[in-house]
Design a protein around this ligand. Sequence first.
Ligand SMILES: [Zn+2]
Length: 49
Amino acid sequence: MSSGKVFHPAWCNSVGNVWDDNPKRLLVVDESGVGSRKACKACDEPLQA
Ligand SMILES: [Zn+2]
């Protein structure tokens, strides 16, 4: 796992877990705001809205 921050291009299972635990930690952005952050791998298989 990367030690750097990641962003979530989709609403993945990890987002759901963090949302339940501590929404303030959540970082969901579009590509214009990611900077050097890496995309969350779990977002390859996002949850269906
Ligand atoms: Zn994710």
